[in-house]
Design a protein around this ligand. Structure first.
Ligand SMILES: [Zn+2]
Ligand SMILES: [Zn+2]
Length: 311
């Protein structure tokens, strides 16, 4: 996999910087609090359930972060040198290619110029501000698993956090989400003459550091759950139909090769193993350049020829 130069990985603007920082900074903190504070409160140390959830947490966290970084590091831009070689080989203007006057190159079908990245991207889908990069031919696999593991992780974390809050209501901690009424009518807040001590009530409402951090992370956990479910709902049809976001909007399905081949086009020739880790090699069966839209049979033959070369 070709990597992006370091200066291209840097966020493009303040908005992107905040979103990328939120993923890189808050997910590890949320994982740490879940494993060291929430889980020990729910299950006894060393029990099968505790060990199972620790292992599941490790698997989900490592896949979430590795797919995020692989997606961010992968170079999705068009290599002008490869394009010129391709044009020389064809010895004529290839079908459906277009000229990008910003990059000053001829670009193959399905590629588009990104105004944020300032490059043409092979089989461009969209620009993702959370990852700070375009999603295209080279990194769709990592983007897909980042979304999938975001949904699974945030759903499990959300359920665990709800149980944790419920457990703390009857547990030893004072929790920030305790109903306001409990503090107001707490018998300890009454003076000797039976009147309410407003200062004591106010003090009891000030949460500790952990409660504040937990409340913020729980809010972000809920936000990530809804966001990732929305992204899955939005991008799953794109995968199923073998299209890009732009093509789906325009109802262009000329590259649809059926469910299995469409998934293979994104996840690679070893797609059945790619869910285990972002580091499992799975070469893509297509170079992202030679899209023969006029003749599906010829295109399929070309793909199987390339797949045989790879394997
Ligand atoms: Zn361009
Ligand atoms: Zn971009």
């Amino acid at each position: 996999m070709k990597l992006r130069p370091v200066d291209k990985i840097w966020p493009n603007d303040f908005n992107e910087c905040m979103q990328m920082s939120a993923i890189i900074g808050l997910i590890p903190i949320a994982y740490y609090i879940l494993m060291t504070k929430v889980l020990p409160e729910l299950l006894d140390y060393g029990t099968p359930g505790y060990i199972l959830l620790q292992l599941l947490g490790m698997f989900l966290f490592s896949n979430l972060m590795s797919n995020f970084f692989m997606c961010m590091l992968a170079d999705t831009s068009i290599d002008p040198w490869i394009m010129s070689l391709q044009l020389e080989r064809e010895n004529k203007k290839p079908i459906n290619w277009h000229e990008c006057d910003k990059c000053d190159i001829w670009a193959p079908p399905r590629s588009h110029h990104c105004k944020i990245c300032h490059v043409c991207v092979l089989k461009r889908d969209h620009h993702c501000t959370f990852i700070g990069s375009c999603i295209g031919h080279a990194n769709y696999r990592y983007f897909f698993f980042f979304i999938i593991y975001s949904v699974i992780s945030s759903l499990i974390a959300f359920i665990a956090n709800l149980v944790f809050i419920h457990a703390l209501r009857g547990g030893s901690h004072k929790f920030v989400l305790l109903p306001f009424a409990n503090a107001v009518y707490d018998i300890q807040n009454l003076n000797e003459d039976g009147k309410l001590n407003l200062l004591e009530i106010f003090k009891s409402l000030i949460p500790g550091n952990f409660e504040i951090i937990f409340a913020i992370l729980f809010g972000l956990n809920t936000l990530l759950l809804f966001l990732s479910m929305y992204f899955l709902y939005r991008f799953l049809p794109i995968l199923i139909r073998g299209a890009t976001y732009y093509e789906l909007k325009k109802n262009i399905f000329t590259y649809d090769r059926g469910l299995s081949l469409n998934f293979q086009m994104i996840l690679g020739t070893r797609m059945k193993w790619t869910w285990i880790s972002a580091f499992i090699s799975s070469p893509l069966p297509h170079d992202g350049i030679q899209w023969l839209t006029e003749d599906k049979d010829a295109d399929d033959a070309k793909q199987s020829e390339m797949k045989n070369c790879v394997s």
